[in-house]
Design a protein around this ligand. Structure first.
Ligand code: FE
Ligand code: FE
Ligand code: ZN
Length: 287
């Protein structure tokens, strides 16, 4: 039996909050999961004391969830690429708060969209993102690792190539607090040939270093390579396909990296229990 780290995005809403997240992950037979500490579109956050964290951690530990590998996703409202001073400060404040919140959820990895350059160009965007990351990380002492996500290149998104991500990492002072989240749908849409699995992994290794890869978002894509769209598809139903995605799940070089599904709901229902079963059995089934 291959011991893969597989899970999905789960919700973290009332009345059970983090305990509900763990229950949801267990209902999918996952051993890792990803959550938002509140709504991704805003900055409203339930007080930590209400989030049922001790109960959640106890249940997780009793049922084989690997707490060291769970993942949080930072809210979308953060844009460290925005040079407007007020918005830049707001983004840094939200990111800092989110990092400190992660610690309280015993969550080590925080996935962050690098940002948008807002038509100022990629280089100015990257400079601003580096400045923002340093301002935040240098102001706190934390074990949380901010994982810069590879982006599809929709609009003015920064972080569409491994080279851009490497440039960001190079600019960050606290190397232990910065890493990468690779999203299979996003790199496909950004123009990488995802089917050439070893080529992608070797490319990542030579440009960034595989030691920096801490999270994989496992998604199929509704669009063709290089479409710059960012529309996720269910596993096996998109342009990447089941067999290729399985290669990422079971690749020996990616063994210790949690794989997180962010595929769309089907008729209002989460597909994750079925998708995880397909991945574990390595059999594509039209459930
Ligand atoms: Fe994301
Ligand atoms: Fe993603
Ligand atoms: Zn996406």
């Amino acid at each position: 039996m291959d011991d893969i780290l597989i899970g999905s995005h789960v919700s973290m809403s009332g009345p059970h909050y983090f305990l509900g997240s763990v229950r949801e992950a267990l209902s999918y037979k996952a051993n890792v999961f990803m959550f938002y500490t509140g709504a991704p579109q805003n900055n409203v956050r339930t007080p930590i004391e209400k989030c049922k964290i001790p109960e959640a951690i106890k249940l997780a530990n009793e049922n084989g969830i690997v707490i060291d590998k769970i993942v949080c996703h930072a809210p979308y409202i953060i844009n460290l690429g925005n040079i407007d001073p007020d918005k830049f400060k707001f983004s840094q404040d939200v990111l800092k708060n989110e990092i400190l919140r992660c610690e309280q959820f015993f969550c080590k990895y925080l996935v962050l969209h690098p940002g948008l350059h807002m038509h100022n160009g990629v280089e100015i965007g990257i400079k601003n993102i580096i400045l923002g990351l340093n301002n935040v990380l240098n102001s706190i002492d934390t074990n949380v690792v901010v994982c810069i996500e590879t982006m599809a290149g929709k609009g003015t998104e920064v972080g569409t190539t491994f080279e851009q991500i490497k440039e960001i990492i190079d600019g960050v002072d606290k190397k232990d607090n910065i890493a990468v989240c690779l999203d299979t749908c996003h790199i496909n849409d950004a123009g990488y040939d995802v089917a050439k699995v070893d080529e992608v992994i070797n490319d990542f290794d030579s440009i960034i270093g595989l030691d920096k890869l801490k999270v994989i978002h496992l998604n199929d894509s509704k669009n063709f390579k290089g479409a710059h769209k960012d529309r996720h598809e269910n596993i096996g139903y998109g342009t990447i396909g089941f067999d290729t995605l399985l290669k990422y799940v079971y690749h020996p070089k990616l063994k210790d990296i949690p794989k997180i599904l962010e595929t769309p709901y089907i008729d209002g229902n989460p597909p994750y229990k079925n998708e995880i079963a397909m991945i574990k059995t390595k059999i594509f089934n039209e459930f």
